[in-house]
Design a protein around this ligand. Structure first.
Ligand SMILES: [Zn+2]
Length: 140
């Protein structure tokens, strides 16, 4: 009998640069326009505000609010079966971009749009990290 394991994606192109920057910094990074200061995600070749190509990946605070969420009561992935029902959150970072994260320490009964959360990373490979949304207590 095989042991279930969660798949680790292998991002490419700008997604790979985004994940490598986040893994190297050991904290969530977002693409940041060096001309006008606009933060953006997913990564792009040109700033959506000023069209500059001077884009870099800089650290964000991780402070966010719950923009939206879903509760999964069923999964076809054996690795996730012990965790159902689980919450997946669309987090809006205080810098502006939104990122999808799995909830940790937030139950389906507790989750609410607008609640303060923090986004923390878990490095899964030199090229990939997963994002966890946790209750905001302890946000630096
Ligand atoms: Zn810009």
């Amino acid at each position: 009998m095989s042991t279930p394991h969660k798949m680790i994606p292998r991002p490419d192109e700008l997604d790979a640069e985004f994940y490598k920057a986040t893994v190297a910094a050991q904290t969530l990074c977002m693409q940041h326009c060096q001309e006008c200061g606009t933060w953006t995600h997913p990564a792009r070749y040109y700033c959506p505000n000023c069209s500059s190509d001077k884009m870099a990946f800089d650290k964000v605070t991780g402070r966010a609010t719950i923009h939206s969420y879903t509760v999964s009561h069923y999964t076809v992935d054996p690795a996730w079966k012990p965790f159902v029902p689980y919450v997946t959150i669309v987090a809006e970072l205080e810098e502006g971009p939104r990122v999808v994260a799995s909830a940790r320490g937030i139950t389906p009964e507790q989750v609410a749009i607008g609640s303060p959360i923090k986004i923390v990373i878990e490095v899964k490979s030199p090229e990939f990290a997963i994002f966890w949304a946790e209750p905001a207590q302890g946000v630096a």
